[in-house]
Design a protein around this ligand. Structure first.
Ligand SMILES: Nc1ncnc2c1ncn2[C@@H]1O[C@H](COP(=O)(O)OP(=O)(O)OP(=O)(O)O)[C@@H](O)[C@H]1O
Ligand SMILES: [Mg+2]
Length: 371
């Protein structure tokens, strides 16, 4: 292998001129380095530039500025079929009149691969996606998940070193989707091929990926592991987009490397938290983010730092957890408690207007740039 990176985007811009006559940076100075054998996801809401980025890697689009590298080689205007990547599209568009085996073999036939070789490779691809024995069925005679696996086999049969997947599970129902997530992840680990996976489903990205690029409006907001993205979001956008967060507004009162003291006017009090950026300055207006499961409900007579009273607005029992919505000095917060002990006693749950004490621990309290 010539490069440590399977794919690299260096300062890539893709400009489109819309029929309305506006210029749009669908991809706006994006840089990312995707390692060999990595399960890499691009995650973001509709229109953030995921498909456009993927199409530039595949060679269906060319960057307006910047460069795409595959295995260390600048791609320039290299056409798709000369790139060592293959794409599985969202609408997997199998040929309905062909059998499973014919669908998978199609690309190889186009390339003029010999009959014996095709047979061998189709057999291996079917094995990989666990469809051996189904080669004579037509797509209509398969379940949605099985059809999806045929689409993956069709891409794998060409032995790409990078597989590009654009929302490949979008058409499946939730249960099947979750099964296929684990299956695709297992397949990727077994084959050791680099997967670049596009999704707008955060849970899917967190479940499958080694690393995730969180995108918004053509830009990468954060590129990190699932744990880092959830536990240490780099800004307010990411904290809000991934999982749930409560936000408070404050100003920096003092700063140390791993702890900031933030004055929160609404509470007329200080909170201690972890600074998520090294370039905060004293007096800077910041956002404080605390995830619902990381706010503790303390004993009402508890003493110490980070304790604040709140009034219960509603309490929703959802089985595994109870979601408690509270008003803390005019700020609405969501607090989640796991129901670790089985009980039926309603007094163990929270009731409307009850006053409870919340505990904000510094390690759970993130101090973020406002934008
Ligand atoms: N050929 C084109 N001409 C003009 N604008 C385009 C073209 N292709 C995409 N766009 C615009 O570029 C932006 C990014 O589109 P893209 O398809 O990359 O988004 P996406 O992140 O894949 O979204 P989705 O989750 O909806 O698939 C959108 O605003 C879209 O309207
Ligand atoms: Mg798309």
């Amino acid at each position: 292998m010539t490069s440590e990176f399977a794919v690299e985007l260096r300062d890539v811009v893709k400009k489109f001129v819309t029929p309305e006559g506006n210029e749009l940076n669908a991809v706006d100075h994006v840089s990312m380095q995707i390692k060999n054998g990595e399960f890499f996801s691009m995650l973001g809401s509709s229109g953030c530039g995921k498909t456009t980025s993927l199409r530039m890697i595949a060679g269906f689009e060319w960057p307006t500025e910047g460069e795409v590298y595959i295995e260390g080689r600048a791609m320039g205007h290299t056409p798709p079929f000369q790139r060592k990547v293959n794409t599985v599209f969202q609408s997997y568009a199998l040929f309905q009149h062909m059998t499973v085996a014919q669908n998978i073999a199609f690309g190889l036939e186009m390339e003029g691969v010999g009959e014996d070789e095709i047979k061998k490779r189709v057999g291996r691809a079917l094995e990989m996606v666990q469809l051996t024995g189904m080669e004579r069925r037509r797509p209509k005679q398969l379940s949605g998940g099985q059809q999806q696996r045929v689409a993956v086999a069709r891409a794998l049969v060409k032995t790409p070193s990078v597989l590009l997947l654009d929302e490949p599970l979008g058409a499946l129902d939730l249960k099947l989707r979750k099964e296929m997530q684990l299956e695709l992840k297992a397949l990727q680990q077994q084959l050791g091929i680099t997967f670049i996976y596009v999704t707008h489903d955060q849970e899917e990205a967190l479940t499958m990926s080694d690393r995730i690029a969180v995108m918004s409006k053509g830009k990468v907001q954060q590129l990190a592991t699932p744990v880092e993205i959830y536990e240490r979001p780099s800004n307010k956008f990411v904290a809000d987009f991934i999982g749930e967060s409560n936000f408070l507004e404050g100003t920096i009162k003092s700063l140390a490397r791993d702890e900031a003291v933030v004055f929160v006017p609404a509470l007329n009090a200080e909170l201690r938290g972890m600074p998520m950026s090294s370039d905060f300055v004293n007096g800077e207006a910041v956002a404080i983010s605390v995830r619902p499961e990381k706010i503790r409900i303390a004993e009402n007579n508890a003493k110490g730092d980070g304790l604040f009273e709140a009034k219960v607005l509603t309490s929703v029992y959802i089985g595994s957890d109870t979601h408690v919505y509270v008003d803390m000095a005019g700020i609405r917060l969501k607090v989640m408690e796991q129901n670790r002990i089985s009980r039926l006693d309603p007094s163990s749950f929270y009731t409307k207007d009850q006053i409870i004490t919340l505990l904000f621990m510094p390690e759970n309290t993130l101090v973020l740039k406002k934008d």
